[in-house]
Design a protein around this ligand. Structure first.
Ligand code: G6P
Length: 613
């Protein structure tokens, strides 16, 4: 969380940095700020509570000239969102300015040390503490800022990406990383820095992904990479495979809507080249190296957070059904702090859109230390989880910018289906006929997704009937139970309506008490092995005057007759259903959020990339 941007070179740095910050607002939007430096004169800092647009308004008439700048968009951890707590922070001498993404866990102890030395703090942040700690080391040791930073970071526990400006060294940005992402873009006589590559896309495609415990000294004509032991490293420059159009709205009102509508293509992209219905084959090169270990695995543990965790729940059903392997799905945040029993040879699948979620990252680091094989199902190429995994499959959904995840979820499902089919086939649990049928079903998903999207207007109309509801219940069974959870999460995230997802049968053990003539109850009730049971549950809600909304299979008049509203999706195999049945729920949540006049791309308090635990 928090987005950071930096620029040094011949351009005006401020517009480059502010444009970059807007692209990174998905990482947090509690406040924004910039520090600007010219070849002479003091560093100027401007910062404001709220979004980047508010910062822009606040700097009208100010001096924003300069070829070097750092900028920050904040997701608050230490200290409320306010001008005072916004980054950049200045050191006590006023000569250093710093931005930070992450948490300094031992900041309290460092603050006490500094307070006894007479330091006073202008903010409540851990960042200002670290900055003054660095300055104190520099003053005491009479050393360079780089040396002081290296000493300071050895004392720090927690996660950070920091960017530092020094009044006495104009044009230089010093950066360091541990546990949060940092990308450096290499241009002609200029360098760019960012939490991801989006701020630098229109200027360069040459990028360096900085690793943990590395430090970069960045000048217009120079990029020096070092480790904390002061050894110089050779930057590994990679070519970015990303187009500007992928991170723009392309005529849609919101990124979320654009991303929902991209799904026929993104699902296709995640399947493309990986399956062949003529030959009835799946090719996941990432898995080949671990074929024997996967066949022999006693169990698979899936770790993830948020929407990715819901994809993991679907995968649990699918892997158990198709590959007859024991699967456990864990919240990464719980798994990492338990003392889980991991045997060498256990397979851990980490699912993550960003590839940077702190809890998921640490969970797999721990499991890896204990001998588990780590497979990543990750969207962002080159991200930390992708890099630490032994192998895996990228989801190829392209950049997801809307904070509420949509296309990443369906791409995760597409990849997980292929993994389960491959594993089932390797383990001899999946018949050739079933495999062929599932591959054919998967091949039709993009077209079926398109047909669901073509009904978006009717879903929008339907949403207006429920916009003022206070609570929602989402129910589903079997493969559609995780979809009910995901539907409820989408609604909560962007409409702020309280929503709960439940297994349809389990609702009798509690949630049914909430049912009255005001409560919308959304059933994910496509035709499958449990269909009659789900329809009975619909009857039970209807008998209590609940307002039944259902996602049903096209032509299912029986289920439709029990509803106040229904949305049809094309018929499909029950295993594949979640990748389609979730789409109407994404649209329903989106349209309710829009009808309530909310900023669906940037819901309050949320961030897309959760790099703090
Ligand atoms: C945040 C995002 C969610 C996402 C979750 C896990 O909460 O707002 O959309 O599902 O993090 O993120 P990951 O990048 O690991 O999938």
């Amino acid at each position: 969380m928090c987005g950071i941007v930096g620029y040094t070179g011949p351009r005006h740095a401020y517009p480059v940095v502010v444009k970059g910050l807007k692209r990174l607002e998905y990482r947090g939007y509690d406040s924004a700020g910039v520090a600007i430096q010219d070849l002479v004169g003091p560093i100027r800092v401007y910062k404001k509570k709220g979004k980047v647009a508010q910062l822009e308004e606040s700097v009208i008439g100010e001096d924003i000239q300069g070829g070097t700048a750092i900028g920050h968009t904040r997701w608050a951890t230490h200290g409320e969102p306010s001008d005072r707590n916004a980054h950049p922070h200045r050191s006590a001498s006023g000569k250093l300015a710093m931005i930070h993404n992450g948490i300094i866990e031992n900041y309290h102890q460092l603050k006490q040390e500094l307070t006894t030395k007479g330091y006073q703090f202008q903010s409540d942040t851990d960042t200002e503490v670290l900055l003054n700690f660095i300055e104190e080391i520099q003053r005491n040791n009479n050393c360079t800022l780089e040396e002081a930073l290296r000493v300071a970071l050895k004392r720090v526990t927690g996660a950070y990406v920091i960017l530092l400006l020094n009044e006495e060294d104009p044009g230089t940005i010093i950066a360091a990383r541990k546990g949060s992402p940092l990308v450096i873009g290499v241009g002609q006589h200029e360098h760019f820095l960012g939490s991801d590559a989006s701020p630098m896309l229109e200027y360069t495609k040459q990028v360096v992904y900085v690793n943990d415990y590395e430090l970069a000294i960045v000048r217009p004509d120079e990029l020096i990479l070092k480790n904390l032991g002061n050894e110089t490293l050779t930057p590994y420059i990679q070519q970015l495979d990303l187009e500007l159009a992928a991170i723009e709205k392309g005529g849609f009102d919101h990124f979320m809507l654009k991303e929902i509508f991209e799904q026929p293509k993104t699902i296709y992209d995640s399947l493309r080249g990986r399956m062949d219905t003529t030959e009835s084959t799946v090719t996941l090169s990432g898995l080949e190296t671990y074929k024997q270990e996967l066949i022999a695995a006693n169990r698979i543990v899936i770790v993830a957070c948020g929407t990715s965790w819901h994809a993991g729940l679907v995968a649990e059903y699918v892997f158990e059904e198709l590959a007859r392997v024991n699967v456990e799905v864990e919240y990464a945040s719980e798994f990492r702090y338990r003392n889980p029993v991991i045997h060498p040879g256990d397979v851990i699948i980490a699912i993550s859109q960003s590839g940077e979620t702190a809890d998921t990252l640490v969970a797999i680091e721990r499991a890896k230390e204990q001998g588990a094989i780590i497979l990543g199902v990750v969207n962002v190429v080159g991200s930390s989880i992708a890099r630490i995994s032994h192998a895996g499959c990228y989801t190829h959904a392209g950049p997801e910018i809307g904070v509420a995840s949509t296309k990443a979820f369906t791409a995760q499902l597409a990849v997980l289906y292929l993994m389960a089919i491959q594993l089932g086939s390797w383990r001899g649990c999946l018949s050739d006929d079933r495999k062929q049928l599932l591959l054919e079903e998967l091949a039709t998903v993009p077209e079926k997704a398109q047909s669901i999207l073509s009904k978006s207007e009717s879903i929008q109309d339907l949403s207006l009937r429920y916009e003022s509801a206070r609570d929602f219940l989402y129910l589903g069974r079997g493969y559609n139970f995780p979809v009910a959870l995901e539907g409820a999460l989408k609604l909560k995230e962007i409409s702020y309506i309280h929503a709960e997802g439940y297994p349809a049968a389990e609702m009798k053990h509690g949630p049914i008490a909430l049912v009255d003539d005001q409560l919308p109850v959304v059933f994910v009730a496509t035709r499958d092995a449990y269909h009659e049971k789900v329809v009975s549950n619909m009857q039970e809600i209807k008998a209590r005057k609940g307002r039944v909304i259902a996602v049903i299979t096209e032509g299912d008049e029986w289920a439709a007759s029990l509803t106040e509203s229904f949305i049809e999706i094309p018929a499909c195999d029950e295993v594949i259903a979640p990748i389609l049945s979730v789409i109407p729920l994404q649209l329903l949540a989106y349209y309710i959020g829009v009808a309530k006049g909310l900023d669906v791309d940037k819901p309050r308090n949320l961030a897309k990339s959760v790099t703090v635990e």
